[in-house]
Design a binder for this molecule. Structure first.
Ligand code: ATP
Ligand code: MG
Ligand code: MG
Ligand code: MG
Length: 480
C-alpha cells in the first residue's frame, strides 16, 4: 500500500464513523503567536477545544502537514539518526469536540489497525498514563490487549512520565493524558519496549498517540478544565506506512526511497564522489527538502529571525551535509522537482509554487556556499598559523569568530580540523559564545518591541507588557 492510499484509507475510515474530512492547515499557523510552526493536527482546532470557536461538526479527521524543528516539539537533531523522525511529516488525526471520549477513541484506533490495516495484534503494544485506570481497563478488558503489552508510563520512570504520556501542544494550550500505540519491528532491531531503559531504540516504534484533551494550561502552568472532554489523535503517516510496507525505517518507504535517489543524484552532480550511500547525511537532505519546500510554499523566506531563521537553519543543515558528502556547488534546490513528483498530487500548492520554491532555496544555497568558501579561506590560514606554531589545537576564539561573524558552522570547522589531525578548543568556544549571549540578551529587548520574540528552543509570546516589567529572560537565537 502506497502512502497516498494509506492516507485516504484513514480519512475514509473516520468519515464512515461520522467524522468531517477537513483539509490540512498551512505549516505556518495563521493566528497563534505561541506557535512557530504547525506541530500537530490539533493546532487548527485549538480554539474549538478551548470553547472559543464552534464548528458545524463535532467530529473531524485530517491529514495535517507538520513541522517539528523548533519550539516544544523539536526533532531537528534526531533527523538522519533515528528511523522515525522527520522535520516535516504528515500527521493523520481524528478529533472529537466534546463528542466521544476514551472508549470510542480506543476502539476506533484498534479497529482501523487490526481490521482494516490488518496489523497482527501481537505486534502492538500500548502505553497509558500511569493513573489512567479507565484507559487501562478499556484496553485490557474491552479490547483484550494482554497485560504484558500494556505499559503504565510512570511506574518506573519517575519524573519522565508527566511529559511522556501527558501530551501538551506547547508550554500553554490544550493538553491531557494520552495513550500511545507502538509497533514491534522485531528482535533484529535494537531497542526495548516502551517504559524500559532502552526504549529510545527503534525496535518498538510509536505509531499513534490518542490524547484525551481535558485541560488548558496557562502561562503559570495552572491547568484549567476544558468546557468538554475531547479527543485529539495523531498517527505519523510515514511511520504507519513503514509498518504497512514491511520495512523498518521511514526512509525505506516508497516516497523516501525516491527522494533519497534524487538526493544522491543531485549531490553527485555537484561533484561529490565515493561517499557512503547509507549515510545519515543523505537522509538529512531527503528529509529537509520537504520541510524547506513546504515552509517556503506557505510563505516563509530564509532570514535571521523567527520562522525565517528556523527555515535558514534547516536549509543550511541540509547543505552542510551535502558539503560533507563532497558537494561543492548548489544541489539542494534541485530536489524540489523530485518532491513535487512525490507529493504534488496530495498537496497541489507545492506544484503551483514549484518555480518560486526552487528560486528561494537556490538563492539561499548560493549565499551559503559563498559563506562556506569565505570561511574555508579564514580557516585555512588559521590552520597554517596553528601548524607553524607546532600546535594541534585550533583556538576557540577563531572557531567562534568563524561561526559568529562569518556564519561558518562549528561542525564544519570540526570536520576540517579532524581531517588535519587538529582538535578544536571547545571550552574557548563556549567562553566566547557566553560572552556573545550576554550581549544578545540586551539586544533582545529591542526585538521584543515588535511584539514577537522567538527563542532558540522554545517559542514564547512575550508581548509588549514584558518591556514594562523587564523580568522575562530572553534567549538569543544562534545559527549552529
Ligand atoms: P516520539 O516519541 O517518537 O518522538 P512523539 O511522542 O513526540 O513521538 P506525538 O507528539 O505523540 O509524537 O505525535 C503523534 C504522532 O506523530 C506520533 O505517534 C508519531 O507517529 C508522529 N510523529 C511525531 N513526531 C514525528 C516526527 N518527528 N517525524 C515523524 N513522525 C512523527
Ligand atoms: Mg517526539
Ligand atoms: Mg513519544
Ligand atoms: Mg507521542
Amino acid at each position: 500500500m502506497k502512502a497516498a492510499e494509506i492516507r485516504s484509507k484513514f480519512l475514509k475510515f473516520f468519515e464512515s464513523k461520522g467524522h468531517q474530512i477537513v483539509a490540512s492547515s498551512p505549516v505556518v499557523p495563521g493566528d497563534d503567536p505561541t506557535l512557530l510552526f504547525t506541530n500537530a493536527g490539533m493546532n487548527q482546532f485549538k480554539d474549538v477545544f478551548l470553547g472559543f470557536d464552534k464548528r458545524p461538526y463535532s467530529r473531524a479527521t485530517t491529514a495535517q502537514k507538520c513541522i517539528r524543528a523548533g519550539g516544544k516539539h523539536n526533532d531537528l537533531e534526531n533527523v538522519g539518526y533515528t528511523a522515525r523522525h522527520h522535520t516535516f511529516f504528515e500527521m493523520l488525526g481524528n478529533f472529537s469536540f466534546g463528542d466521544y471520549f476514551k472508549q470510542d477513541a480506543i476502539r476506533y484506533a484498534w479497529e482501523l489497525l487490526t481490521q482494516h490495516f490488518m496489523l497482527p495484534p501481537e505486534k502492538l503494544w500500548v502505553t497509558v498514563y500511569a493513573e489512567d485506570d479507565e484507559a487501562y481497563d478499556i484496553w485490557h478488558k474491552q479490547v483484550g490487549v494482554p497485560a504484558e503489552r500494556i505499559v503504565r508510563i510512570g511506574d518506573n520512570k519517575g519524573a519522565r512520565y508527566a511529559s511522556d504520556n501527558f501530551w501538551m501542544m506547547g508550554d500553554t494550550g490544550p493538553c491531557g493524558p494520552c495513550t500511545e500505540i507502538f509497533y514491534d519491528h522485531g528482535p533484529d532491531v535494537a531497542g526495548g519496549p516502551p517504559g524500559s531503559p532502552d526504549e529510545d531504540g527503534d525496535r518498538y516504534i510509536e505509531i499513534w498517540n490518542n490524547v484525551f484533551m481535558q485541560f488548558n494550561r496557562d502561562e503559570a502552568g495552572v491547568m484549567h478544565k476544558l468546557p468538554k472532554p475531547s479527543v485529539d489523535t495523531g498517527m505519523g503517516l510515514e511511520r504507519v506506512t513503514a509498518v504497512l510496507q514491511g520495512v523498518h525505517s521511514n526512509y525505506e518507504i516508497d516516497l523516501f526511497v525516491n527522494l533519497l535517489a534524487a538526493a544522491r543524484k543531485a549531490v553527485d552532480g555537484s561533484g561529490a564522489a565515493g561517499y557512503d550511500a547509507d549515510s545519515p547525511s543523505l537522509k538529512v537532505i531527503a528529509d529537509h527538502i520537504r520541510a524547506c519546500s513546504f515552509t517556503v510554499c506557505d510563505g516563509v523566506i530564509p532570514g535571521n529571525e523567527g520562522r525565517g531563521y528556523v527555515l535558514r537553519r534547516i536549509c543550511r543543515r541540509a547543505i552542510r551535509h551535502g558539503y560533507k558528502l563532497g558537494a561543492r556547488t548548489p544541489f539542494f534546490h534541485k530536489l524540489v522537482a523530485a518532491l513535487v513528483q512525490e507529493m504534488g498530487e496530495a498537496y497541489p500548492e507545492l506544484r503551483q509554487n514549484e518555480a518560486r520554491i526552487t528560486e528561494v532555496l537556490k538563492q539561499e544555497e548560493e549565499r551559503f556556499f559563498q559563506t562556506i568558501a569565505n570561511g574555508m579561506e579564514i580557516l585555512e590560514s588559521a590552520l597554517a598559523t596553528t601548524g607553524k606554531a607546532g600546535k594541534t589545537e585550533l583556538d576557540g576564539e577563531t572557531a567562534f569568530k568563524l561561526h559568529d561573524t562569518y556564519g561558518f558552522p562549528l561542525d564544519l570547522t570540526a570536520d576540517v580540523c579532524r581531517e588535519r589531525g587538529v582538535t578544536v578548543d571547545a571550552a574557548g568556544f563556549e567562553t566566547a559564545m557566553n560572552r556573545q549571549r550576554e550581549q544578545a540578551r540586551a539586544a533582545g529587548k529591542f526585538k521584543m518591541a515588535q511584539g514577537l520574540e522567538y527563542t532558540g528552543s522554545a517559542t514564547t509570546f512575550h508581548g509588549y507588557e514584558v518591556l514594562l516589567h523587564e523580568t522575562a529572560t530572553v534567549t538569543a537565537v544562534y545559527v549552529d
